[in-house]
Design a protein around this ligand. Structure first.
Ligand SMILES: *Cc1c(COP(=O)(O)O)cnc(C)c1O
Ligand SMILES: [Zn+2]
Length: 413
């Protein structure tokens, strides 16, 4: 990796080599990948990126893994769509949806997994593993299959059937744990020391995994003609994605890819489900202390009660002038249906959280009509079909005759 200088502790700034390390041995702070930005600035250009592959690997100069042998199912370069009909309903102006439902396994997790497993293989790991709320399980199982790696994927036992089947189909080991995500994560932390040849993408190679989320910022800027938006709305589970989107916009400025001389002032707002809202609660209370919660929400992909990067997400949001709000299960379902009805995009519950939170922040004047806004919709609706199946169905069920149709349906003329 010509541009990776090593790892640095986010708390005490001690340097480490770019190995399979994730916490500082002095202060237990998380480690962060450090790059030589001057060298990247000299090497990259808008043209060199445009000439790259139509996937997140076009940004390899700003990623910590080797582009010459990626584990690649084509994650990234998802559509950024202008959402005028949704904007009109919410009283907003220029609104865009980053449609990350269209990744290979239907969620943004394909970004982080492609980067993490590519790096893991480089570091000599033989087995792909993860603790998952569902989408990560899909993605690790699929990318491991693609790479011919063995996989061990750990999930809470009560996940949506869509996520169980779409993980199991790839043929790896899928372990359903009788507990919630935080229990699964604790078990995986213990297994990490017991199985040194296993790469748990979000535990022992988490430092590399997290970097994949920066591509959510890179793509949005490129798709907006190398401009940063004014305000982004991002769902929060562990908080990693949100912090890396912030880092991504800053990096684009550092390496000279953005319009303008000043670092972009992107307001960053966070979205949580009320039934699992430790970061939103700390934001509302104005404290730095994130109290763990026991999750109870239909937004299972966001149901992390003790978020590893929660404090860092809170800090990014506060420093950017954004807000964090939470929404009820009913609001989540309404958010899914609103996005589907206005823009033709079917999102999973996490997308419902983002859209419902966007609606709430718009109504409170915290997301404004004069801002260019991007909402990150991170998972596909077919994964959580049980969230909406009680609420939608056929307009009518009829015999195959004209009379039956005319009797049952009043056609608007
Ligand atoms: C995992 C996940 C997130 C959030 O991820 P974090 O980086 O842990 O905050 C958002 N949306 C979906 C659909 C996810 O699966
Ligand atoms: Zn440290």
């Amino acid at each position: 990796m010509p541009f990776v200088e090593g790892l640095t502790c986010r708390e005490c700034a001690r340097p480490y080599p770019a190995q399979a390390l994730h916490v500082c041995e002095f202060c237990f702070g998380p480690l962060e990948v450090a790059y030589d930005y001057a060298a990247i600035a000299a090497a990259v250009s808008r043209q060199s990126i445009a000439a790259g592959p139509h996937s997140l690997w076009r940004y390899a100069d700003l990623l910590p893994a080797d582009r010459t042998a990626p584990i690649d199912l084509g994650a990234g370069m998802t559509p950024l769509v202008r959402a005028d009909r949704l904007a009109a309903e919410l009283g907003l102006g220029e609104l865009w949806i980053k449609n990350d439902t269209l990744n290979p396994t239907g969620s943004f997790k394909d970004r982080v997994v492609s980067v993490a497993l590519t790096k893991a293989r480089e570091l000599g790991f033989k087995v792909a593993a993860c603790a998952s709320t569902g989408n990560l399980a899909n993605s690790v199982a699929a990318h491991a299959a693609r790479a011919g790696m063995e996989s061990y994927v750990f999930i809470p036992h009560d996940l949506e059937q869509g996520k169980v089947v779409t993980s199991a189909v790839y043929g790896g080991n899928l372990i359903a744990v009788e507990g919630n995500y935080d229990d699964v994560n604790r078990l995986c932390a213990e297994l990490t020391s017991e199985q040194p040849t296993w790469a748990f993408v979000n535990v022992n190679v988490r430092t590399y995994y997290a970097e994949g989320s920066k591509t959510l910022a890179f793509e949005v800027a490129e798709q907006l003609g190398w401009q940063a938006p004014d305000h982004v709305v991002v769902p929060i589970a562990s908080g990693s994605q949100l912090t890396k989107i912030a880092k991504g916009f800053r990096e684009l400025h550092k390496v000279g890819l953005l319009d303008g001389d000043e670092p972009p002032a992107v307001r960053i707002s966070g979205a949580q489900a009320e039934g699992c809202s430790p970061v939103a609660t700390a934001f509302a209370e104005g404290t730095d202390h994130i109290r763990p919660q026991k999750p109870k929400t239909i937004a299972k992909s966001l149901a992390i009660g003790n978020p590893a990067d929660g404090w860092y997400a809170l800090d990014e949001v506060r420093r950017s002038g954004g807000a964090i709000a939470s929404v009820t299960d009913d609001e989540i379902v309404a958010g899914i249906r609103l996005l589907a009805r206005t823009e033709g995009i079917f999102a999973e519950t996490a997308g419902g959280v983002t859209i419902a939170t966007l609606a709430k922040l718009a109504a409170e004047g915290k997301v404004r009509k004069d801002e260019r806004v991007v909402a990150y919709v991170t998972g596909h609706g077919l994964k959580t079909i049980e969230a909406v199946s009680p609420h939608v169905g056929p307009t009518a069920t009829i015999a195959p005759t004209l009379d039956a149709f005319n009797e049952a349906v009043e056609v608007q003329r």
